[in-house]
Design a protein around this ligand. Structure first.
Ligand code: SF4
Ligand code: SF4
Length: 167
């Protein structure tokens, strides 16, 4: 596994972004036989290559959404009520979800890119970037957002394009 070089990721992204988005747009509209069997296989390959600890770009540039369960669990850890925790750290986004007010995330240790609440982190963080969470067609729109920040999503789309040259 190689460490993630965010500068080189941004360079590659600016070069390929248009074609990757066009692939994602097409795969959102057409049904491709076998695509959902392919995604877990490719996801495994991605995680053999991408090292999140040398990246943490999601924790620096994006925010998780906090569910009620996340709020109960995390606020209890800090001896706060969910309301107190929300007041200190969160705001509502345009979808009325609770999200971080600040970026990087207040729980990211910038010295080593580790999450200080790893064991009790939001479910959204634990599953991110949700590479094969749902059928590809239903989730391509999320990959379109995440690809701008996440080298693992970039790698997933790159590999999918190589495996589906007909698209
Ligand atoms: S809670 Fe942890 S994993 Fe989630 S964004 Fe913050 S630092 Fe990253
Ligand atoms: S999930 Fe993506 S953005 Fe987050 S640390 Fe891993 S590669 Fe980086």
């Amino acid at each position: 596994m190689q460490s993630t070089n965010l500068r080189s990721f941004k360079r590659k992204l600016s070069y390929h972004r248009k074609s990757f988005r066009s692939f994602l747009n097409k795969t959102e509209k057409i049904t491709i036989r076998g695509i959902d069997k392919l995604t877990p296989e490719i996801e495994k390959e991605v995680w053999q290559e991408v090292d999140c600890l040398s990246c943490a770009n999601c924790c620096k540039k994006m925010t998780p959404t906090f569910t009620d369960q996340d709020l109960k669990r995390i606020s209890a850890h800090f001896n706060q009520t969910p309301e107190e925790f929300r007041k200190q750290w969160l705001e509502k986004d345009k979808n009325k979800d609770w999200v971080n007010k600040q970026q990087p995330c207040q729980f990211l240790n910038l010295k080593d890119n580790k999450c200080s609440i790893y064991a009790i982190r939001p479910a959204d963080c634990a599953g991110f970037p949700h590479l094969s969470k749902k059928r590809w067609k239903e989730y391509a729109h999320v990959h379109k957002q995440n690809i701008d920040y996440c080298p693992a999503t970039y790698s997933m789309v790159e590999k999918m394009m190589a495996r589906l040259p007909q698209v």
